[in-house]
Design a protein around this ligand. Structure first.
Ligand code: NAD
Ligand code: DAU
Length: 356
């Protein structure tokens, strides 16, 4: 299949036998694993996750015992281990979600972001390169972020051609990883695609991030910290819509291509806070304006016309519906939230999975 055929998205969907999903115990990764196991029962999903504070096997409880999902605890930076996984399972696709993902943590301690997000990505790319000589259709998908583009003013959108201008240690590490993905495509001919999505929200979102933090604090009548003037804008997308986009890029994405993903859902932070408080019947007196985040990007907004045009992707969950679904999920899953907050989720399944 040549590059032009792949880019126009009209070719038959690729199919895979075994997909290595990394970071599949985190927020988006676990939603993706659940999506894939339900949609493609014929695939084997090898879920590699080192279970940092953000990894939570409770997220995968509903597929416990499902033969098409194998969880493996391990570090994407450990080359020997990653290569041994390739030897054992012979994956014909990799979808890399594994990352340090929280901007505030990257300001406090940048180094682990370099290690996981850059070295980890390069380690996966190298293992794929070394094992895929006889698998020309094998595919590597890098789950990146719109934050690599930096910050917008009051107008305009991020396009795939927008120059990278990351502002936080987190986004700098993600941009560097993207450059390695590009280099492995250009230099070694690896069949790679990159997705750059805007802010996700939905089930299993760790309560250090804005939306689950608002819900979690509001339920306890605790203050909601709003950074700066609260007028920063994020472009919110329901997590299942992101998972469907990654599924499409995995099966139909062009080699060496980048796809922006976003739902045209720009909202000011303070508006989100007020909306969630209203839905929960809580007072706006919980809002507490605090010192701004260092280097705080002002506005993100995605132009997703390429993935719509070439791969036929459309968001299905509008924000008004998605935010209500999300709030309901947290209300229906208070035990999940409590386990995260008290740390119980760390040992819930530890006896069920061996460490490699
Ligand atoms: P998350 O922090 O919830 O999950 C990250 C997962 O990676 C965790 O399960 C963690 O245990 C695992 N992990 C961390 N270091 C690892 C290592 N060295 N080896 C193996 N596993 C490791 O993150 P998320 O919000 O689900 O984001 C997933 C990916 O999507 C990230 O790459 C992020 O940059 C990207 N992204 C996130 C958003 C968003 O809004 N959350 C938007 C666009 C892109
Ligand atoms: O745009 C995609 C990115 O979205 C992903 O790449 C990141 O992994 C993900 O964490 C997210 O980054 P943000 O920094 O945009 O998300 P966060 O939830 O941390 O913050 C959203 C906005 O809310 C941001 O403007 C900062 C603000 N905020 C955040 C927190 C946690 C507050 O005002 N108060 C808070 O307590």
């Amino acid at each position: 299949m040549n590059k032009d055929q792949m880019v126009n998205g009209n070719q038959e969907s690729g199919t895979f036998k075994t997909i290595l999903v990394t970071g599949g115990a985190g927020f988006i990764g676990s939603n993706f694993v659940l999506h894939m196991v339900s949609k493609y029962p014929q695939y084997k999903i090898i879920n590699l996750d080192s279970l940092t504070y953000a990894g939570n096997l409770d997220n995968l409880k509903s597929i416990e015992g499902n033969q098409s999902h194998v969880f493996v605890k391990g570090d994407i930076c450990d080359a020997q281990f990653v290569n041994s996984l390739f030897d054992e399972y012979q994956p014909d696709a990799v979808v890399n979600f594994a990352a340090e993902s929280h901007v505030d943590r990257s300001i406090l301690d940048p180094q682990v972001f370099l290690r996981t997000n850059i070295l980890g990505t390069q380690t996966l790319l190298d293992a794929a390169k070394n094992h895929w000589g006889s698998k020309p259709d094998a595919k590597y998908v890098q789950v990146s972020t719109d934050e690599v583009y930096g910050s917008l003013g009051e107008t305009g959108y991020f396009e795939e051609t927008t120059p990278l201008a990351p502002n936080s240690p987190y986004s700098a590490s993600k941009a560097s990883a993207d450059m390695f993905v590009r280099a492995y495509h250009e230099t070694f001919g690896l069949n790679t695609s990159i997705t750059r999505c805007s802010n996700n929200y939905g089930p299993y979102h760790f309560p250090e991030k804005l939306i689950p933090l608002i819900i979690s604090n509001a339920l306890e009548d605790k203050e909601i910290p709003v950074y700066g003037d609260g007028m920063n804008i994020r472009d919110w997308l329901y997590v299942e819509d992101h998972c469907r986009a990654i599924d499409l890029v995995l099966h139909k994405g062009g080699a060496g291509e980048v796809y922006n993903v976003g739902g045209h859902n720009e909202k000011g932070n303070i508006d989100i806070v007020k909306l969630v408080l209203k839905e929960l019947g809580k007072s706006e007196e919980l809002i507490k304006y605090v010192k701004d985040r260092a280097g705080h990007d002002r506005r993100y907004a995605i132009d997703a016309s390429k993935i719509k045009r070439e791969l036929g992707w459309e968001p299905e969950v509008m924000f008004d519906e998605g935010i209500l679904k999300t709030i309901k999920w947290y209300l229906d899953n208070k035990e999940w939230l409590e386990n995260v907050k008290c740390g119980n989720y760390k040992d819930y399944y530890s006896k069920m999975y061996s460490e490699k």
